[in-house]
Ligand binder design. Sequence first.
Ligand code: GCU
Length: 416
Amino acid sequence: MKIIRHYFPAVMFTLLLGIINLSAQTNNSWRASEAVIEKLSKDRTSINYHEEKVPAYVLPDPLMSANGKKVSNAGQWTEERRQEVLELFRENVFGRVPSTAYTKSFKIVSKDDKAIGGLATLKLVDITISTAEKSLVIHLTLFTPNTGKPSPAFLLIDNRGPVNTDPTRQKKSQFWPVEEAIARGYAMAVFYNADLDPDKFDNFENGIHAVLDNGTRKNDSWGTLAAWAWGASRCMDYLETDTDIDSKRVAVLGHSRGGKTALWAGAEDKRFSLVISNESGCSGAALARRRFGETLSVINTAFPHWFCLNYRKYNDNEDNLPVDMHMLLGLIAPRSLYVACADEDLWGDPAGSYISLQNSLPVFRLFYPDSTLPPVIPPLNTPVSGGRTGFHIRDGGHNLLLKDWNWFMDFADRHL
Ligand code: GCU
């Protein structure tokens, strides 16, 4: 159990009972720009963007089992505690996937082995999920490098629409830089989250909910983010069958709401060997208890379909949430994890994301004793890594850019 307090001026954090001391901020450690704080505070006066107003809080210990025993080795984590933590997130945050039986089929609807100037093969794959009454199709777009051997892959959960992921490559977007990834030997896969569930509150009448849900919704029934994460796993089902893919080396990633989803997909599905959260913020990498930027009550009000109903119990009541997001990050261990933030995206709390990552390290250390990160928030545009974890804060605003991808690929070169 650790109490974390915040002192001002400067972004300084002291763990009173903790293992990490962020109080020794160096001159070039990242800190939020005063101008950005001022502007955002004016735009939304009810939101806190000031470090000195972050309340003291106590984080649940990821290694403390429900029976009061502390996990001391990797086996105990994998066999017992990991399942407990996963259940806590299902019960209180993302909700549970229904157990309805379904069948799935894969169909390559189009194939071009001369894509990207002959460097890659493009496949458009329909993944059909069916029950006796209904069905749904996930459209997977996949570029694989023409290297003649199975390639590692990035699977992007696209929350910004197909305009960013044009298979013809007439429209190029930094959000999905296929050409650059292919040049570095990576396959690029993407699906559009709305194939699984529309991003609006529709009382769960559409998307995969309409196919798999049965009976009345319960307080722990899955929300839209869990549906998108489930879709990432169905794409993985296909990738496992594609001989152009090295399915032991598949990264799942997403931006913002897609980043929250990528974390949950990686928590639920251990086949993803690298999980990348880009600016996932509240209910993603950032600690809920800090109440900095977007909070639980704000997110549950604006996006009532994203989480399970139980999550609302913690609106303005974060200290009673039985988990915090460092425990979601810990669920990725012993696989690799990268958390990325942006300088001006204080809504997504870069500092809270770094502290969260720091506090997930005790789980990673059960597997890799070298899992340490700098005790202070790293400077802008300076990726850091420790063990199987990585982190950066990019200059600029809320977005997924080539600069982020290049750092992800550098990390993947070492860890995927
Ligand atoms: C909103 C929302 C965030 C989310 C973001 C996005 O800002 O409040 O939680 O991450 O949209 O997905 O772009």
